[in-house]
Design a protein around this ligand. Structure first.
Ligand code: N01
Length: 852
C-alpha cells in the first residue's frame, strides 16, 4: 500500500521525473511518482509519429548522472529516433529499478497548499489524496497538444491523428488520401514518411519553416573523440555553454563579411549537420535583423536548390520570421517530398481552411475528400501542463489566475504564493531553448540540493520573495528585449494558442549564464527566497541579476582578458591602450559626410571631426566633447556614438579634440570647450549649420566639459544654447558620492581610475571650482533645457543624479533618464550592446527636441 503522506510528490516520469526519483531515493526522502502514461519516457512516450527524432546529437542528448550508461548503452545513430530514445528511457528505468516506484496511469487533477499544515494536498485521477511537503511538476514543456482551432474538426468521419498522441501500434497510410495540417518540427519530420505510403498527400501550410537536413549517420566523430578523451570537461562545457551543447561562441558578425564569405561559413555549419552549429555561425543573428537575413537567405537558397517548382519553393521559403525565432527544424528529405507528383502544398494564407467536413476539408474555393487528417498543430507549450492542473497556493489563488498575463516565476523553478512547489524546466528557465537533458539534470540537482539543505537546517518551507520574482521577470524581459525573437508569432511567445499572453516563455540568456545565476542564489544563502519553519525564518532578499544581460556578457568577457588597470599605466600608455580598444569596435551607422578640420581653441588650434546628416542642410549643431577622463580620447574617439547621434537626430555633430591633462590640466579642457563653442557658433553657416540652433553634448569627462561650457556661455554673454545633452557627466570632484563606492570596482570605470583621472586633471583645491565641478556653481538658473542620462552601475551615477535634481530645482527644463542595468560605458557601445539602443534613441529625440 502506497503511503498517502510523503516528503515529495513528483508528477511525470519522463527524463526529469526518472532522474528525480533516483535522487530522492538516494537522499532518503519518501516520495510518490505519478505518471499519466503507462510507461516512462515522457515526450518520447507520447510522440510516436513516423520520423520522430531528436535533433540534438546522441553524444549530448543523454543522461550524465550515471557514467556506467556510457558503456552500457550504445546509440545507433547521430540523431536517435523516438523508438530508440524510448528504449533508452526503459533501459535506465530497468537498470535502476525505477519502475517499482512509479505509479502509471495516474493523473493529478488538483493540488492545494494548506498554510496551516504547510503541506500540499494532491488529488489524483484514482480518487486518492496524497499529502506532501514538496510538490514537483516534472510534466514537460511540450506535453499538452494544442486544441486544433479549426472549424468543423468534430465533423470528420475518417481517421484523425495528432502527432503528439500517435497510436502506439502505428498507422499504415498505404493507398490513403491524407491531409497534414501544420509544418513545425512534427509536420516536417512526419511528412516525408507519410508521403512514402500515401496515395495522395496534401500539406496545409500556414507558415513555412526553416529546416536543414539531419544528415543522419554515426555520431559526430569530433564529439565522440572529445568525450572519449575527457568526458568531464566536455560535460562541464555543455553545462556552461549557451545551449547545453559544447560549442565555441561565434565572434563574427554576419554583417562584417561578404555574402559569399557568409554563405561559405554557413555551408560549413550546414555540412556538419548540427542544428545548433548553424544558428551559432554568427554572433549577431539572434539580435540583429539584418544579420539574421543573411542566414535566412542562405536557408531560402537551399530550398530553391532542392524544390523543382519555383512557385512551390517560394511558398516553402520563410520570409516573415527570422531564422531561429521560431524553432528551426531538422528533416530527412522534407523539401524533396514536394517534388513528388502525389504531394501537394496548400498555402493557407491564399486558400484558408473554411471548414473540416464529414469527408474532408473545404479550403479556398475547393472541397477535397480525405481518408485521414493528421494534426501536426503543436502544443500549449511550457505552461499548458502546469496550469491545466488546478493548483491552488496561498489564499486559494490558482497558478492559472496568477499567470493570466504571463508566467511569473523565480528562476523558472518556483513562484511566489506557491511554497514548496517546483517546476522542472519551467517558464523563465532556458528549457526549450536548450539541450533539455542538460537543463533537466540541472533543475533536478538544484531541487535535490535544496530539499537536503532544508532538511539539514530544519526548514519547512521555501518560497521566493516578490522582489526576487519581479526582478527575475525584468531580467528575462531584458534578455528577450535585445533579441529579435519577439517579432515572431512563435510558441516561444505563446502566439500559437489563442488567448495565451504574448511574452517570451523560456529564458533566452543562455544555459551557462542561467546556471551561474542559480548557483549564485544558493551561494548567497538562497538569495531571493524565504526559508521558514514556524517562527524561524531566513531571508536574504535581493535580485540575482540587475546588470543588462549584454553588458554583463561584455564585463565577463573583459574579465577573462586579465587586462592591466589603466590607472597603473602612464598617460601615454593609457592613450595607446584606449586607441587600440577603439579600433576593434563596430563603426556605427553611416552618416551623410564626415570631415576633419581645425578650429580655434583657447590656446591654439584644436582638431575637430564633423558628422553631417545625409539630409539636405543647413542643420542644427551639437558641439560634442568626448569621454576619456580629460586624459585620453580625441575628436574621433567617440566616433560610433557621434555617428549614431548624427544619424538619429539629424543634427550636425562637431566633435572637439580639447586639450588633455596632465600636459594641459584644469582649466584647459573647460576653456577649450567654451572657445570651441564660440568658434563653431561663429562659423556655423560655413559648416552647414544653423547658428541659432546650437547645443552642447558630451559623455563622461566630456559631459563635464559640456556642462561647464553651458555655464560659461550663460555667464559670458553667449552663444545662446538650445540645450545640453549630458551622458554620465562628471559633475562634482569635491567629494565621494555613494555610487563611487557601490559601483567602484566591477564596471570598467572604477573608483581608482576616476581618482587617477582627477589627479591628472585638477588639484583638490581646483576641484571645488565650478569650472571643474559644475554641481558647485552658485546658481544653475537659466541654463538651457537639459537631457541628462545616468547609469545605475556607474560610479558617477549619484553626482549625475544630483546635477539633474539641482538643475530642476533651479527651474531648468530637465529630462533625466536613469538607465537601469547600465554602466558608465555601455550606452556609447553602438552596435555592440543592443540594450543601449533605446537610450540612444531618447538622447537623439532630446537633441531634436532642443531645436524645435
Ligand atoms: O508544433 P509547432 P510541433 N491552422 O507549434 C500550424 C518540439 N519538437 O509539434 O506556424 C493551420 O512547431 C503552425 O502554423 P503557424 C520542438 O521544440 C521537437 O511541430 O502557427 N495551421 C505550425 O506550422 C518543436 O518546435 C522535435 O502559422 C496551424 C504547426 O501547425 C515543438 O516540439 C520534434 C494551426 C505547429 O508547429 C513543437 O513542434 C517534434 C491552424 N489552426 C517536436 N495551428 C525534435 O526534437 C497550428 N498550425 C526533432
Amino acid at each position: 500500500m502506497a503511503q498517502s503522506d510523503v516528503d515529495v510528490v513528483v508528477v511525470g516520469a519522463g527524463f526529469a521525473g526518472m532522474y528525480l526519483l533516483h535522487e530522492l531515493r538516494k537522499t532518503g526522502f519518501s516520495y510518490r511518482v505519478l505518471e499519466a502514461g503507462d510507461d516512462v519516457g515522457g515526450t518520447w512516450y507520447w510522440n510516436r509519429y513516423p520520423g520522430a527524432r531528436c535533433d540534438v546529437s546522441t553524444t549530448d542528448y543523454q543522461y550524465t548522472w550515471d557514467p556506467e550508461l556510457h558503456e552500457q548503452w550504445q546509440w545507433s545513430e547521430k540523431h536517435a529516433a523516438q523508438p530508440e530514445i524510448l528504449r533508452y528511457a526503459q533501459f535506465v528505468a530497468k537498470k535502476h529499478d525505477l519502475y517499482s516506484d512509479i505509479e502509471f496511469k495516474v493523473r493529478v487533477n488538483g493540488a492545494q497548499w494548506n498554510e496551516k499544515t504547510k503541506r500540499w494536498s494532491i488529488h489524483t485521477s484514482t480518487g486518492e489524496k496524497i499529502s506532501c511537503q514538496h510538490y514537483v511538476m516534472a510534466t514537460g514543456c511540450l506535453s499538452v497538444p494544442k486544441e486544433p482551432d479549426i472549424a468543423g474538426t468534430e465533423k470528420f468521419t475518417g481517421n484523425v491523428y495528432v502527432t503528439g498522441r500517435w497510436p502506439h501500434e502505428g498507422v499504415d497510410f498505404t493507398g490513403k488520401r491524407v491531409a497534414v495540417i501544420g509544418t513545425g518540427s512534427s509536420g516536417i519530420q512526419s511528412i516525408p514518411h507519410i508521403a512514402d505510403q500515401a496515395k495522395e498527400l496534401v500539406v496545409f501550410q500556414r507558415t513555412p519553416n526553416f529546416s536543414m537536413p539531419a544528415f543522419n549517420g554515426p555520431a559526430p566523430q569530433y564529439r565522440v573523440e572529445r568525450l572519449k578523451a575527457d568526458r568531464a570537461t566536455y560535460e562541464r562545457e555543455a553545462r556552461y555553454s549557451g545551449t547545453g551543447v559544447p560549442m565555441e561562441d561565434s565572434t563574427v558578425s554576419a554583417l562584417s563579411v561578404t555574402q559569399e564569405e557568409a554563405f561559405a561559413m554557413l555551408e560549413a555549419a550546414w555540412q556538419k549537420g548540427e542544428l545548433l552549429s548553424l544558428g551559432n555561425t554568427f554572433m549577431d543573428s539572434a539580435i540583429n535583423r539584418k544579420a539574421n537575413d543573411v542566414v535566412a537567405e542562405f536557408m531560402r537558397m537551399k530550398v530553391r536548390s532542392v524544390v523543382k517548382d519555383p512557385e512551390v519553393a517560394e511558398l516553402l521559403s520563410p520570409y516573415k520570421h527570422g531564422y531561429g525565432t521560431k524553432r528551426p527544424c531538422m528533416d530527412t528529405g522534407y523539401f524533396e517530398t514536394f517534388n513528388k507528383p502525389h504531394v501537394r502544398l496548400v498555402d493557407l494564407n491564399a486558400q484558408p481552411i473554411r471548414s473540416i467536413t464529414e469527408t474532408g476539408i473545404d479550403f479556398g474555393n475547393e472541397s477535397k475528400d480525405f481518408d485521414a487528417i493528421v494534426y501536426a498543430t503543436g502544443f500549449d507549450a511550457m505552461t499548458g501542463a502546469i496550469v491545466n492542473v488546478d493548483i491552488a497556493g496561498k489564499d486559494g489563488v490558482t497558478l492559472k489566475d496568477k499567470w493570466e498575463n504571463g508566467p511569473l516565476t523565480y528562476l523558472g523553478l518556483t513562484s511566489v504564493g506557491f511554497p514548496n512547489l517546483y517546476m522542472i524546466t519551467g517558464p523563465g528557465s532556458p528549457s526549450v531553448l536548450s539541450n533539455m537533458m542538460v537543463s533537466i539534470e540541472q533543475h533536478v540537482d538544484w531541487i535535490r540540493d535544496t530539499l537536503v539543505h532544508m532538511r539539514d537546517n530544519g526548514f519547512e518551507t521555501i518560497e521566493p520573495t516578490p522582489l526576487a520574482e519581479e526582478g527575475w521577470r525584468v531580467h528575462c524581459t531584458d534578455c528577450a528585449d535585445i533579441t529579435i525573437f519577439q517579432e515572431a508569432n512563435s510558441w516561444y511567445m505563446g502566439a500559437n494558442v489563442p488567448g495565451k499572453p504574448r511574452v517570451m516563455f523560456p529564458y533566452i540568456g543562455g544555459v551557462g549564464r542561467y546556471r551561474m545565476a542559480c548557483e549564485e542564489v544558493v551561494a548567497k544563502g538562497y538569495l531571493g527566497f524565504e526559508l521558514a519553519s514556524g517562527a524561524k525564518k531566513q531571508c536574504n532578499d535581493g535580485l540575482v541579476r540587475e546588470v543588462q544581460p549584454d553588458v554583463d556578457m561584455v564585463l565577463d568577457f573583459i574579465s577573462t582578458l586579465n587586462l592591466p588597470a589603466m590607472e597603473t599605466m602612464s598617460p601615454a600608455e593609457a592613450r595607446a591602450f584606449s586607441e587600440a580598444s577603439s579600433a576593434m569596435r563596430p563603426s556605427g551607422p553611416e552618416v551623410g559626410e564626415i570631415t576633419d578640420g581645425v578650429l580655434q581653441g583657447a590656446d591654439g588650434n584644436l582638431e575637430y571631426r564633423l558628422y553631417r546628416p545625409a539630409t539636405p542642410g543647413p542643420h542644427p549643431i551639437a558641439v560634442y566633447f568626448h569621454g576619456g577622463g580629460w586624459v585620453f580620447g580625441s575628436h574621433t574617439s567617440d566616433d560610433p556614438l557621434c555617428r549614431d547621434l548624427c544619424a538619429q537626430s539629424n543634427t550636425l555633430i562637431v566633435s572637439v579634440n580639447y586639450r588633455h591633462a596632465p600636459e594641459a590640466p584644469f582649466p584647459a579642457a573647460a576653456e577649450d570647450g567654451f572657445a570651441a563653442l564660440k568658434w563653431v557658433h561663429k562659423n556655423a553657416a560655413a559648416l552647414g549649420g544653423i547658428p541659432e540652433k546650437i547645443a552642447v553634448a558630451g559623455w563622461s569627462a566630456g559631459g563635464n566639459v559640456a556642462a561647464v561650457t553651458a555655464q560659461m556661455a550663460r555667464d559670458k554673454g553667449g552663444p545662446q544654447l538650445s540645450g545640453q545633452l549630458l551622458l554620465c557627466p562628471v559633475t562634482d570632484g569635491s567629494q565621494q558620492h555613494a555610487s563611487h563606492r557601490e559601483n567602484g570596482e566591477r564596471f570598467i570605470l572604477t573608483k581608482s581610475l576616476m581618482e587617477w583621472f582627477w589627479d591628472h586633471y585638477a588639484t583638490p583645491e581646483q576641484r571645488k571650482n565650478p569650472q571643474a565641478s559644475p554641481l558647485l556653481a552658485a546658481s544653475l538658473a537659466e541654463l538651457p533645457p537639459t537631457m541628462l542620462v545616468t547609469c545605475q552601475f556607474d560610479p558617477l551615477r549619484d553626482e549625475g543624479n544630483a546635477y539633474a535634481r539641482a538643475l530642476m530645482q533651479a527651474g531648468v527644463e530637465v529630462e533625466h533618464v536613469e538607465a537601469r542595468g547600465h554602466i558608465h560605458t555601455s550606452i556609447t557601445m553602438v552596435d555592440m550592446l543592443p540594450s543601449g539602443a533605446p537610450h540612444r534613441r531618447e538622447m537623439a529625440q532630446a537633441l531634436k527636441g532642443f531645436f524645435n
